[in-house]
Design a protein around this ligand. Sequence first.
Ligand code: SF4
Length: 123
Amino acid sequence: MLQPPHQSLQAAASLPAPRASAREDEDGPWHSEAVCRRDEAGLFFAPSKEPTAARLSREQAAKRVCARCPVMVECREHALLLPEPYGVWGGLTAAERRVVLARRRRREAAAAAGEAGQVSRIA
Ligand code: SF4
């Protein structure tokens, strides 16, 4: 099973260290290049009862880490495909990923409707 490069809240609760190098063998190929593997600041997931200003600041800091990550595209697609419900992945917050997914669904629906229209005109 593919594991996130940075810890989820559940993983954080079960693992003693922020980055578990033993997981590297289980991870996908892009995980070994993830910049956040060495990040121990807890930037990527919200602690409980985080104030809004602190959340925004933490998310911006996480995005700055993502911006210099060589596997940002792979990470983002992974998070969109699952979808990952929490945390910053591939430079996007959970809310931003929901917007991207909604846009994709609308585009797919429009494309499907367009194809159906073409078929009905041909038939
Ligand atoms: S894009 Fe961000 S969250 Fe994804 S692996 Fe890189 S640093 Fe981690």
